[in-house]
Design a protein around this ligand. Structure first.
Ligand SMILES: Cc1cc2nc3c(=O)[nH]c(=O)nc-3n(C[C@H](O)[C@H](O)[C@H](O)COP(=O)(O)OP(=O)(O)OC[C@H]3O[C@@H](n4cnc5c(N)ncnc54)[C@H](O)[C@@H]3O)c2cc1C
Length: 456
């Protein structure tokens, strides 16, 4: 019988785990899968992006975890492509490689003053409140008013975390230092700035309604916000958004101590300040019905002590894997990686945000990975069988001790213990030394055979 084919999946976020699931559950080929991640924990942005006060969405990890339990799947955390291993290392060790490393960098506003202290990306702010081990607190939270630039759900997540009374976050998995900083923070008003009108906003009505329903927070909409004439022109999401916005626009403020303003047709021109952010210069824009035709081009200064830009995520290059810097993705044809000349790179595939850019919900990645893996399985028939090297021996020779499933289980249960001591389901551990101490096996794991060492 021919030996099992080996596939490496780089990235244990939803896209990588859905790809591993597709590979493990098919029976056309005997395939063994190594899922690698630079972090000692799986789940990518489900763990480090989805808002901590959205536990129901986060509970998708219960389904995703079953992929890692599959006997044909191994988890190798704490292994970064580009730092610990190269693309060539993977090509020498696997019949096929699926890149699923997401879009971890942020897009910029490209305005002067963007790098002043007090101005940061949503990427860094979200990573911090999610307890990502690379993240430091990016804002002092000592300003009473903060601007959040962006018109998508990430902007609303950031606005909600900043504006809501911290008691509402106490039972989440946020690390204690994050909760302490939010409790001590001075933020009382968040102004969400959208460059275009409500019809073009990418919020989902559900997130908007959640914001509108926050206790202790007045949510107000600027006069150029909802124009019901626009609602007829937009798609269903836009129409639903406009209904919520119109309801908010008609709601008298209750005098709550905290406030979120949704301001449309407002484009940031400049972050103001000498040593730190003191304001944001904005310009009124015009785009279709409901837009402030008379005021278009008008410039105003919004006094704010901090600015968070939530204007999008972006992929980063992975070692020598082909990369389209303008789109921030790996160039591909339905998931088959293409080189600079547009030719297929045999045995290399891509899925998730790194394939199509940073859009879509968790479930979108399932379909995306199914498309990629279907092509991979077709190609496996044609990919020659080769003598493949082992991964763990290589890692050991480089002093890299990967975190396996047992190591992740130790981290997982330590976080649950930490949480239950404080009456929560989980409290995240956010520092590398503790994660690695818990995650790494007591002794280096040694591969004794070069054949797939895990049971099939
Ligand atoms: C702030 C935020 C909130 C969101 N909220 C929701 C929500 O409420 N509901 C919803 O449905 N969707 C939500 N999404 C979208 C959802 O998270 C994404 O669709 C999904 O996570 C993308 O999956 P991915 O696997 O492509 O990328 P990711 O989830 O980013 O996973 C990529 C993985 O690759 C790893 N990696 C990166 N570089 C390397 C490397 N060099 N070597 C090895 N491993 C590497 C990373 O550590 C990570 O684990 C949210 C997204 C963000 C940013």
């Amino acid at each position: 019988m021919s030996p099992a084919r080996r596939v490496a999946v780089v990235g244990a976020g939803p896209a990588g785990l859905y790809a591993a699931e597709e590979l493990a559950r098919q029976d056309r080929h005997d395939v063994h899968v190594d899922v690698l991640d630079r972090l000692p924990s799986p789940y990518g942005l489900v763990r480090y992006g989805v808002a901590p006060d959205h536990p129901r969405i986060k509970s998708i990890t219960a389904t995703l975890s079953r992929v890692l339990d599959h006997p044909r799947v191994r988890f190798r955390g704490g292994v970064a492509l580009g730092a610990d291993i190269t693309r060539q290392d993977l090509l020498d060790r696997y019949d096929a490689v699926v890149y699923a490393a997401g879009a971890p960098a942020d897009r910029r506003m490209d305005v002067p003053g963007e790098d002043l202290p007090g101005s940061c990306s949503a990427t860094s702010f979200v990573s911090w409140y999610s307890g990502h081990p690379d993240a430091e607190q990016p804002l002092a939270l000592d300003a009473a008013r903060v601007a959040v630039v962006g018109a998508g759900n990430v902007a609303l997540d950031v606005a909600r975390v900043l504006a809501r009374p911290p008691e509402g976050l106490e039972r989440t998995d946020m690390p204690e230092p994050v909760l302490a900083a939010l409790r001590a923070g001075a933020v009382r008003e968040v102004v969400v700035l959208a460059r275009r009108g409500p019809r073009h906003a990418r919020f989902t009505p559900k997130e908007l309604r959640e914001l509108a329903g926050l206790e202790g927070v007045d949510v107000v909409v600027d006069p150029y916000g909802p124009d019901l004439a626009e609602a007829r022109a937009g798609d269903r999401t836009a129409q639903a958004n406009l209904r919520v916005l119109a309801e908010l626009a008609g709601r008298p403020p209750s005098g709550a101590p905290r406030r979120v303003e949704l301001r449309f047709h407002a484009r940031p021109l400049r972050v103001l300040g000498e040593r730190r952010v003191t304001g944001l210069e904005i310009e009124r824009t015009q785009d279709g019905p409901g837009a402030p035709a008379d005021d278009a081009g008008e410039r105003t200064v919004l006094p704010v002590g901090a600015v968070v830009r939530a204007v999008g995520y972006r992929g980063v290059p992975l070692d020598t894997v082909p990369f389209d810097a303008s789109r921030g993705v790996v160039p591909n044809d339905k998931g088959r990686v293409l080189d600079v000349h547009g030719a297929v790179c045999a045995g290399e595939y891509v899925t998730g945000w790194l394939k199509r850019g940073p859009s879509g919900v968790i479930g979108t990645n399932k379909l995306d990975s199914a498309e990629t893996v279907a092509l991979l399985l077709d190609d496996l028939d044609r990919l020659p069988e080769r003598e493949l090297l082992g991964l763990d021996n290589l890692l050991e020779s480089r002093g890299v001790r990967p975190v396996g499933l047992a190591g992740w289980a130790r981290i997982d249960s330590a976080e649950q213990d930490l949480g239950s001591a404080r009456g929560r389901d989980r409290t995240k551990i956010a520092d590398w030394p503790t994660l690695l101490r818990l995650g790494r096996a007591p002794r280096p794991v040694r591969e004794t055979v070069e054949e797939p060492p895990w049971p099939s």
